[in-house]
Ligand binder design. Sequence first.
Ligand SMILES: C[S@@+](CC[C@H](N)C(=O)[O-])C[C@H]1O[C@@H](n2cnc3c(N)ncnc32)[C@H](O)[C@@H]1O
Length: 304
Amino acid sequence: MDGKYRELHRLLLWRQLDQGWDPRREFAVEQPLYLEIGFGNGEFLLRQAHNRPRENFLGIEMHWGSVRRCLRRLAQAGSQNVRILQMDAQVAVRYLLPDRSIEKFVALFPCPWPKRDHERFRLFSTDFMGQLNRICRDGGLVVTDHRGLMEFARDQVAGSGLELEVVETEARYNTKYERRWSGQGQEIFFELHYRPQATSSYQQMAEVPVQTLILESFDPDGLALEGCQEGLVVQFRQQVFDSKREIFMVLVTVVEDQLSQTFWIEATRKEGQWHIRPARGGGFLPTLGVQRALELVQKAGQVG
Ligand SMILES: C[S@@+](CC[C@H](N)C(=O)[O-])C[C@H]1O[C@@H](n2cnc3c(N)ncnc32)[C@H](O)[C@@H]1O
């Protein structure tokens, strides 16, 4: 291990990004910004950054192993025009990226989720494309080996404000997954060219200011917490109470709008009052679901 991936300035910690964050301001030189979704080991991202020094590149990838490999490659190459977000692209595109902040997006060989009951995990739904149209000035490109995913994308494009042209192509992107499918004998791949047709009617999903709830009396001992299932899902997991220090904590999962978050809520006693809020030190995106979870803790613990 050469440890070079420890040059972490290219990695953006999304839980520390303020509302109103703009990715264009993360670069030493402001120049047109391009987005790659699901960059895997990052070799295409690195080549693009090297060949196009007058442009900046943002990569979004969910898995830390891939991000780590990519950070090491970028450090070895000394690329200064790349930044990385390790997170679900669904969340980044809906919540974090401002209108028209990106020139174009690219996604190479995205996961096809071939089983029918897994189709809901596919990117490139109408809603996701509408959001991509909101953040990108000039559409983008998806390349896939999977006919089913191509057909899904074609069915979903209406209503997104983008139009789609599908072109059959041979292997020409030289990524790990393209080499894998070519190695198994696949000769035809699909390029999905998305172009803007209308201004996006989608809006950036709003964060909400999460408010600490204050109670005069609260009984955390043996608290029976009930989640909820309407519209959004709140599920309480393990809970602990330190009666000496008067700290109650409960682990909760909140699922809403394609976003799933697991974090701790704490109730602490200070100057005779109980303060219920997300525990410090953990990360969460402030949403209505987070506030709802705090209210459920408040309701269950209220005395009298
Ligand atoms: C099949 S691999 C392709 C990797 C690379 N583009 C290539 O061509 O070799 C798909 C990649 O997308 C990432 N991915 C899947 N869903 C994602 C999501 N919702 N947000 C961010 N990355 C995602 C996976 O972790 C994986 O690295």
